[in-house]
Design a protein around this ligand. Structure first.
Ligand code: 13P
Length: 339
């Protein structure tokens, strides 16, 4: 393992004013989203949509890494340029989602375990060869009556840690994503308790598996109340609870934290990240690794029509710019009027 190379990759993903754009939806998730917006659910539509994202002009000012799925990393632009080459030419790093999805967990009704460790060493070597320099693995934790269980948290944390060790061996920076879901009606306080337990367990397993903390990026949920919780959180509430939870659980050796958006509105995802970056003296860089909160406005405009491509790219650029500003604590409502 070359620690210095991993540290350089992690630092470049966390470069000032930049964040990650997650565009690694599985074919079925991507199709589901396409269906909602009236886009045909074909391989060519997915390729064309990913080309729209990757060719958005000047996105490299705000985006340091694209997270791709297996289908996309092998695809090319209309002019034949492989996507990986196109990304490298913009000075952006290519990442790859390597988990095989969250599956029902045996003996744990209502809970999921993320699969994909079998054969992972060989797949990572192949992705490195193609040009990927970082990877992603997402674990899913559901809050409900009597869940999450210890068994689910431990098993997912162990898988994340074993994935991370294999990534570092292969020269890829692991993005470690333990997502506590927003589904349900739980309170912010319950989300805090569960996120705290999950992160403590994840870092304990990372330690057991000898993962180099300086060569990872954590991708957590923000601490907030569930979608159907009657209490609505203030921007400050989320920022304070999230930071307090992270300060208790994430070692200062970790270079950066890149949040998932998890179903928050795109404006709240920017505003809450902004608020956290206004607080001083954080031990890690705080950035974004959003999928829905960056992509959805663009997808809604595109609708699969070539004629809408430029307007969709403009919307994508705008969200990336807003989130970049949030890294400096400089995002505000007025920015939303710029588009
Ligand atoms: P969202 O930002 O839409 O939550 O997606 C982030 C992600 O990469 C999920 O794995």
């Amino acid at each position: 393992m070359n620690s210095n190379k991993l540290i350089v990759i992690a630092q470049s993903l966390l470069a000032s004013g930049k964040g990650l754009l997650a565009m690694d939806e599985s074919n079925s998730s991507c199709n589901k989203r396409f269906e909602e917006y009236g886009v045909p659910q074909t391989q060519e539509a997915r390729r064309s949509y990913r080309e729209l994202i990757l060719t958005t002009k000047d996105l490299e000012n705000f985006i340091s890494g694209f997270i791709l799925c297996d289908e996309t990393i092998h695809q090319s632009a209309t002019d034949g340029t492989p996507f990986v080459k196109l990304i490298a030419e913009k000075g952006i790093l290519a990442g790859i989602k390597v988990d095989a999805g969250a599956k029902d967990m045996a003996a744990h009704p209502g809970e999921k375990i993320t699969e994909g460790l079998d054969g992972l060493r060989d797949r990572l070597a192949e992705y490195f060869q193609i040009g990927a320099r970082f990877a992603k693995w997402r674990a899913v934790i559901t809050i409900g009556d009597n869940i999450p269980s210890k068994g689910c948290i431990e098993a997912n944390a162990d898988a994340l840690a074993r994935y991370a060790a294999l990534c570092q061996e292969a020269g890829l920076v692991p993005i470690i994503e333990p997502e506590v879901l927003m589904q349900g009606n739980h309170t912010l306080e319950r989300c805090f308790d569960v996120t705290q337990e999950v992160l403590r367990t994840v870092f304990s397993h990372l330690n057991t598996q000898r993962v180099l903390l300086e060569g990872i990026i954590l991708k957590p949920n923000m601490v907030l109340s569930a979608k159907d919780c009657p209490t609505k959180d203030g921007i400050d509430d989320v920022a304070d609870a999230t930071l307090s939870c992270l300060l208790r659980t994430v070692p200062a050796a970790v270079p950066g934290i890149a949040f998932l958006s998890g179903g928050q509105s795109f404006k709240l995802a920017s505003a809450r990240l902004n608020e956290m970056n206004l607080k001083s003296k954080l031990p890690w860089a705080l950035t974004f690794s959003y999928s829905r909160a960056i992509q959805l406005p663009a997808l809604e405009i595109w609708k699969g029509e070539e004629a809408n491509k430029l307007a969709a790219q403009k919307a994508l650029y705008h969200r990336a710019k807003c989130n970049s500003a949030a890294r400096y604590g400089k995002y505000n409502d007025a920015m939303e009027a710029e588009i």
